[in-house]
Design a protein around this ligand. Structure first.
Ligand code: UDP
Length: 501
């Protein structure tokens, strides 16, 4: 397996490796750069009966950026500014040669190539490595079908070129009735014209990925029937929906928030240290009534601007709704630096604590445990795909504030196709007003009206997601069947390749 060098890609790759191993007993190797390997190994469960590193091997690739502007020791987008992410993307091309050597060494040692290389959609060059070594390549798009289709089609077609800021446009692959708006595009995509380095990178990697044997998506048939159909038509390739790739404990029907909390999944899964204990978060949630708390987080790396942060705080306070907010220094300040009180209205944290209205968590919160708790009533999210799945698997409706990557398309789908979200604003440059924050929070957190409607739709999706991963005897969910089918298809393909060679 070859994931892209970003936290949000590594987690689903590791989850997929675990799932394939459990279903087949296959040995799986995940290749990545030293920092990412270190991070992956820190998420392994050392207390499990069967040590994971007996069957999931982590193999190091040297990170040899030719770009002198890339800050040293940055092999993962988590610590990078947007401009540096562009450099990281081009630096990821340098992994091709060492990856080729690594796989040919494995092939020499085993006497045959691996059954398959599963590579990230951003690392399309792996299709060429696979075919040169006589094996099959499958592309894994770690997002949902709708977001994957939107990103691929936007980069490959650049349909917004030459349009003005107020224009809507049709995106190839989507039905005519589904219009995209130029302000849903990230600024580097908005300015892309096919000659810039972003376009060159994505156009070549997506085109190469389209030459792979098939694609995997971290979604489920019942959850995204339309998105999957459109993606299949666009790619003209098999697409296996094998998600949601979430820890089994959060998808069990006999779930209780305390068993999830006790397992400390969020920290283990993310390899992070918490500045607040899981117990303290749970205690705080226990002291509030069911579905009354708003959880706010912008994922593993995104941040808002200083003025947006200020308006959000004012709106939260005025809403009088309880909340847990994962805070980081706003854009323009060192992300790993200490959080300063001046980023928020004067006395905000103390007032929130005294009134038991708000719990501010620095940098990293136990997200899965919080979303799984009965007191959590809504999630103000950047709509990163893992967050979307985590929220909906717990029937928690979303207030969208997409900031980067394919988040705006996820948000669009959640609002227009699924009716489980209200978009508050988008991007880091939007001017957001505390009154609007208060209004949207009130709307979504209300038990009746729009809030009730969002919650009942989220409940239906929760059941669909859980049904898709059901694995009891003959009664298998669609995602379990899709994974079985992928494995069988690869095995028969592998036999054909071996008999030819
Ligand atoms: N996460 C967490 N605590 C935090 C922030 C994020 O546990 O304070 C986890 C979250 O549960 C999810 C992942 O980090 O699994 C974020 O992935 P997502 O795809 O939502 O966003 P990205 O970080 O890729 O933008």
């Amino acid at each position: 397996m070859l994931p892209f060098l970003a936290h949000g890609h590594l987690i689903p790759f590791l989850a997929l490796a675990r799932q394939i191993h459990q279903a087949t007993g296959f040995k799986i190797s995940i290749a990545s750069t030293p920092l990412n390997i270190q991070y992956l190994s820190s998420t392994f469960n050392s207390s499990s009966d069967e040590p994971e590193n007996d069957h999931i091997h982590l193999l190091e690739l040297p990170f040899c950026s030719t770009d002198n502007d890339l800050p040293p020791n940055t092999e993962n987008s988590e610590n990078l500014s947007l401009d540096s992410i562009g450099k990281l993307l081009s630096a990821s091309l340098s992994l091709r040669k060492p990856f080729h050597s690594l796989v040919s060494d494995i092939a020499a040692k085993q006497g045959h190539p691996p059954l398959c290389i599963i590579s990230d959609v951003f690392l399309g060059w792996a299709t060429e490595v696979a075919s040169s070594l006589g094996t099959v390549n499958v592309t894994f798009a770690t997002s949902g079908a709708y977001g994957t289709l939107a990103s691929s089609s936007l980069w490959l077609n650049l349909p917004h070129r030459g349009r003005s800021d107020s224009d809507e446009f049709h995106l190839p692959g989507f039905p005519d009735s589904c219009r995209f708006h130029i302000n849903q595009l990230h600024h580097f995509l908005r300015n892309a014209d096919g000659t810039d380095s972003w376009s060159k990178f994505f156009q070549s990697q997506f085109s190469l990925s389209m030459q792979s044997f098939g694609w995997l998506c971290n979604t489920a048939e019942e959850f995204e029937p339309a998105g999957l159909e459109w993606l299949r038509n666009f790619l003209k390739l098999p697409v296996w929906a094998i998600g949601p790739l979430l820890p089994p404990i959060v998808l069990k029907n006999d779930y209780s928030s305390l068993s999830v909390a006790a397992s400390g999944i969020s920290t283990r899964r993310a390899g992070k240290k918490l500045e607040i204990s899981i117990e303290k978060c749970m205690e705080w949630l226990e002291s509030h009534s069911p579905a009354s708390v708003l959880y706010i987080s912008f994922g593993s790396q995104n941040r808002t601007s200083p003025s947006q942060m200020m308006e959000l705080a004012i709106g939260l306070e005025e809403s009088a709704k309880p909340f847990i907010w994962v805070i980081r220094p706003p854009v323009g300040f060192e992300p790993k630096s200490e959080f300063r009180a001046e980023y928020l209205p004067e006395g905000f944290e103390e007032r929130m604590e005294k009134r038991k209205q708000g719990l501010l968590v620095r940098n990293w919160a136990p997200q899965l445990e919080i979303l799984s708790h009965k007191s959590t009533g809504a999630f103000l999210s950047h709509c990163g795909w893992n967050s979307v799945l985590e929220s909906l698997s717990q029937a928690v409706p979303i207030i969208g504030w997409p900031l980067a990557a394919e988040q705006a398309y996820n948000s669009k789908m959640l609002v227009e196709e699924m009716g489980v979200s209200v978009e508050l604003t988008r991007g880091v440059q939007s001017s957001i007003d505390s009154k609007e924050v208060k209004r949207v929070i009130g709307l979504v957190m209300a038990k009746k009206g729009k809030g009730g409607d969002l919650r009942s739709k989220a409940m239906v999706i929760k059941e669909q997601l859980r049904a898709s991963v059901r694995d009891e005897g003959e009664d298998k969910g669609s995602s379990v069947k899709a994974l079985d089918d992928l494995i069988k298809t690869l095995q028969s393909k592998g036999q054909t390749i071996n008999s030819i060679s």
